[in-house]
Design a protein around this ligand. Structure first.
Ligand code: HEM
Length: 414
């Protein structure tokens, strides 16, 4: 997605290739057998449309850290942008346009610097009380309901509230913020028809207008937030400012929602993990880290070489897209012992690539970890007997993996 940027649209186009089965229903439900078949076929696996895929940890890390590789530039993308189709006939649009996720140095370096300082562990520590408060508030609501949707009633609420606070969005706009964030993220896998496309375009316009208004407001009345800080930089163009703000919402929204949902589901499915978590709430940190490795919210990212490069013994031409399946790299048996097993006690977990690597390494990684661990900790502390009250439905995306809905019951409370 986000993770992917404009370059990813090309890859999506290429995924129309019958060789790339990611859009099939069975693969969406459980893509891991497909990833294993990619691994079994070799280091760089070509598809008929000329895309290369890799499931290897070493190759994924190498490409992400090599400055000769980057994001496919917007000018090279011009021919496919907005008209690319996925395998199931969806039109692809790219809401993140010109954000720094999709830019290469020197623009990427310059734009990322404006916001970097807000996401250091030290800066984020300030946010912790607010995060815990939001979590407790939503747990109160959940407790009153008894049976609730872990996604809609809980996981979705936390990240959007946190990022809205960081950006200085007034709480009266939080509901709209959730709506815009959801629409933007859903668009990543394309839209089905012109009606959906128009709806998305309207949503984007509304969101851009809102952000334009917020910028004006913060120019007049600065607060202690990211937008107020950004408007102080005369050298930052308004379009870049808005793209950065959109990126922070979209990149940190569904990804974190899915991390919380998948982690909670993993705890429910592993009684020994639940027991350890109940005995020691700090164990949530390990649960979250292992969830990132075992079933990451962003399943793959893409890169192209800026010059002819050799990779895994092959000479690749300029702009040859390579799909780096981080979810598969995270289960590479050469790096992770017993890779398919969910084991928060494993020692090798730190090598996972769920947040990518190199210059585009997730800016919000620390925040995501903090939020998700606090959510998992809070959830099981409040509801030690939490249980599934129905099946978890998955979001129908090969890119962003996680729960769409997950009915749960608070169980027997203490
Ligand atoms: C980039 C994953 C949460 C902000 C990325 C990338 C990945 C990723 C894989 C790199 C994409 C690439 O290399 O092409 C995740 C996951 C998250 C998460 C799995 C939650 C579990 C967040 C949060 C924020 C955030 C909470 C901030 C509010 C960003 C930004 C970038 C990024 C700004 C672009 C970095 C750059 O291009 O330099 N994320 N992310 N992410 N993420 Fe996250």
């Amino acid at each position: 997605i986000l993770a992917l940027g404009r370059g990813m649209v090309a890859v999506y186009g290429a995924l129309g290739d019958p060789g790339a089965k990611l859009f099939r229903k069975s693969s969406k439900k459980d893509p891991y057998p497909l990833y294993e078949s990619v691994r079994a076929k070799g280091t760089l696996v070509p598809t008929r449309l000329g895309l290369l895929m890799t499931a290897e940890h070493s190759i994924t890390g190498e490409v992400l850290r090599d400055p000769r590789w980057g994001i496919l530039s917007p000018s090279d993308m011009a021919m496919i942008d907005e008209t690319a189709y996925t395998a199931d006939g969806r039109v692809l649009v790219n809401p993140l346009k010109t954000s720094f996720l999709m830019r290469n140095p020197p623009d990427h370096t310059r734009l990322r610097k404006y916001v970097g300082g807000w996401f250091t562990p030290r800066a984020l520590r300030r946010q912790m009380p607010a995060i815990e408060r939001v979590i407790e508030d939503f747990l109160d609501l959940a407790e009153r309901k008894g049976t609730f949707d872990l996604v809609d009633d809980f996981a979705k609420r936390v990240p959007v509230q946190v990022i809205a606070d960081l950006l200085g969005v007034p709480s009266s706009d939080h509901e709209s913020f959730i709506r815009w964030g959801t629409a933007l993220v859903n668009s990543i896998d394309g839209v089905r028809d012109t009606r959906e496309l128009r709806l998305l375009q309207d949503t984007l316009r509304e969101f851009d207008e809102f952000l334009g208004g917020l910028v004006e407001h913060r120019r007049r009345e600065p607060g202690d937030d990211i937008v107020s800080e950004l408007v102080k930089h005369d050298d930052l163009a308004l379009d870049d400012l808005i793209a950065t703000t959109e990126l922070l919402l979209v990149a940190g929204f569904e990804t974190t929602v899915n991390l919380i949902g998948t982690a909670a589901n993993a705890v429910l499915g592993h009684p020994e993990v639940r027991a350890k978590l109940l005995a020691d709430p700090a164990y949530a940190d390990r649960v979250v880290e292992e969830t990132l490795r075992w079933d990451p919210p962003v399943q793959y990212v893409a890169r192209v070489p800026f010059e002819p490069v050799e990779l895994a013994g092959r000479l690749l031409p300029v702009n040859q897209p390579v799909m780096l399946i981080v979810a598969a790299a995270n289960r590479d048996p050469k790096v992770f012992a017993d890779p398919h097993r969910f084991d928060p006690d494993r020692e090798d977990v730190g090598k996972h690539l769920a947040f990518s690597s190199g210059i585009h390494y997730c800016l919000g990684a620390n925040l995501a970890r903090m939020e998700a661990a606090a959510a998992v900790r809070g959830l099981f502390r409040r509801f030690p007997g939490l249980r599934a009250a129905g099946p978890m439905s998955r979001r129908p995306s090969p890119t962003i993996r996680g729960a769409l809905h997950f009915p749960v019951n608070v169980g027997v409370t203490k």
